[in-house]
Design a protein around this ligand. Structure first.
Ligand code: HEM
Length: 510
């Protein structure tokens, strides 16, 4: 009996704890997605079997007249921003109030991998961003282009083997192997063998990072429902942490912790390591006269390894998702595919048949098709920020309190017919220089916007275009027996939208 009473008390306490914030949006007169105890709106992903990105996009679409919409993740109120003027405030004008992405709940130094540029916030983010930007300059990209070209050669060979032996090829897996190999070479100076061996270590690490297990889902729920209690739990599984640290440690040790002259990302990190620390103006702390304080960040090996990790994680999944989805769209739009191929042949003829940096830069129509396929499926379909101070939304009575999580559905925006006529139609001409000016700012953001936008955009675009050009130069792609015109997004996808069952296509040699 006593046990029963204790259990009943525990359930009641947990219920009140798990619903303590559920009146938040109602009180402020903001329309919101109905929450369910403990899960908030998260349970909708599960009940409707959709990804977070799709859920946010649906929420965007179902409130066409609202400037903002409330939602709950676990017990925490979040806000979805729909209005372009407010989006501008968040991403650019008021960046000082929104520089945090807020994924790393406590800017948690206990979990070294979370100190990567994507998930870290505040001064560590600011100084890292300032110092890492040079690693993504056009000069660096041009210098690494021969490595990309080498990988496109291998990609073509593997694609030929697969086309000869298989009725259909999963282009999602093919492009993931190409991208993994490229990142291995350009980021880490190693032959990852991902293109040659299906189960190469590096490829397996990539798969593990983005394949969410029950452990990962459970940890994410605990962290979002009971953030204070589980603040020391590690978001990334031990095998991801151990493999990453071991790979980076081994490569750095092999180079005796000195830049090797390969000019890859690890060399860049080793150059930074020689500085010992980063010094610069704080984005958080101000002196009494209002000017920023000068702050320092110590560069230890774990912090450097976390940057190598994000170079790999953020670089490979997004680029392989985007390039394979372009191939998918071209398979279902043969007339666009033919135009791309004609352009590739024409441009390569001008460059002695060589796929080089300048040739890829000249493939304007292919780039338009790439942009349009990213509009049809922006791979991270939403952006995240957190308020660093109370923020009064201009033109409303709503104040976003300090610590409020802000989401922007890039997927919802770029499929909104208010901004894109016939949004369901694949039409690369939208991105023709004559038409691009009519695309409203902040409606198309596959790489985000503002000072926290993607640092690797140019690399992602050039490497993806080179891979797709190599395939189209040698093959035609067409729908195969298992191709779905509208592929299904994996409901377990977290940030990058992964596709259930891959993207099978028929590859025919020209
Ligand atoms: C087609 C390829 C890619 C797409 C679609 C993409 C997309 C994005 C998006 C949407 C964001 C968030 C932006 C925001 O919140 O405003 C982001 C951030 C980031 N991306 Fe990419 N990305 C791509 C390629 C790459 C590559 C190749 C790298 C590096 C090798 C990279 C590294 C990063 C990093 C480090 C961040 C965090 C930046 C910061 O917070 O300062 N991405 N990316």
């Amino acid at each position: 009996m006593i046990l029963f009473i204790l259990l009943a008390i525990l359930v009641v306490v947990l219920y009140f704890y798990g619903t303590r914030n559920f009146g938040y949006w109602k009180k402020r007169g903001v329309k919101y997605e109905n929450p369910i105890v403990f899960f908030g709106g998260n349970i909708n992903n599960f009940l409707e079997n959709i990804s977070l990105s799709e859920r946010l996009s649906n929420l965007y679409k179902s409130h066409p007249n609202e400037r903002i919409v409330g939602l709950y993740e676990g017990n925490n109120p979040f806000v979805l921003i729909r209005d372009l003027d407010i989006i501008k405030e968040v991403l650019t004008t008021n960046f000082r109030c929104f520089h945090r992405r807020g994924i790393n709940f406590f800017n948690n130094c206990n979990e070294p991998l979370m100190m990567n540029l994507f998930t870290v916030d505040d001064d560590v983010w600011k100084l890292l961003r300032q110092n890492l930007t040079a690693a993504f300059s056009s000069g660096k990209l041009k210098a690494m282009f021969p490595l990309i070209v080498e990988r496109t050669g291998k990609l073509t060979e593997i694609a030929k083997e697969l086309a000869d032996t298989k009725e259909e090829v999963d282009v999602r897996e093919l492009m993931a192997r190409y991208t993994t190999d490229f990142i291995g070479a350009c980021g880490f100076g190693i032959e990852s063998q991902a293109l040659n061996e299906e189960n190469a270590d590096f490829r397996n690490l990539g798969k593990r990072i983005f394949n969410r297990t029950i452990r990962d889902a459970f940890v994410a729920i605990l962290m979002s429902v009971f953030p204070e209690i589980f603040k020391n739990i590690h978001f990334f599984a031990p095998e991801i942490e151990e493999t990453t640290f071991s790979i980076v440690r081994q490569i750095m040790a092999r180079r005796s912790y000195k830049p090797s002259g390969r000019n890859d990302f690890i060399d860049f990190l080793l150059e930074l390591r020689e500085k010992g620390k980063l010094v610069g103006e704080s984005i958080v702390k101000r002196k009494s006269d209002g000017s920023p304080e000068i702050v320092e960040v110590e560069l230890n090996d774990e912090l450097l390894a976390a940057q190598a990790f994000i170079f790999f994680a953020a670089g490979f999944e997004t680029s392989s998702a985007a390039s394979s989805f372009l191939l998918h769209m071209l398979a279902f739009h043969p007339e666009v595919q033919e135009k791309c191929r004609e352009e590739i042949d024409r441009v390569l003829e001008r460059h002695d048949g060589k796929l080089c940096y300048d040739a890829v830069k000249d493939m304007k129509y292919l780039e338009m098709a790439f942009k349009e396929s990213m509009r049809c499926l922006p791979s991270p379909g939403f952006l995240l920020r957190v308020t660093c101070d109370n923020f009064h939304i201009p033109g409303t009575d709503v104040v976003l309190e300090k610590g409020m999580r802000v989401v922007i559905s890039t997927d919802g925006l770029c499929s909104d017919e208010k901004y894109f006529e016939d949004p369901e139609i694949f039409r690369p001409e939208r991105f023709h220089p004559d038409n691009i000016i009519s695309i409203q700012k902040f409606t198309y953001m596959p790489f985000g916007d503002g000072p926290r936008a993607c640092i690797g955009e140019r690399m992602g675009v050039m490497q993806s275009l080179a891979g797709v050009a190599a395939i189209l130069r040698n093959f035609t792609v067409a729908p195969s027996r298992n191709s779905l015109r509208k592929p299904r997004i994996d409901p377990k996808s977290m940030i990058v939208q992964t596709i259930l069952g891959g993207l099978p296509l028929a590859l025919k040699q020209r």
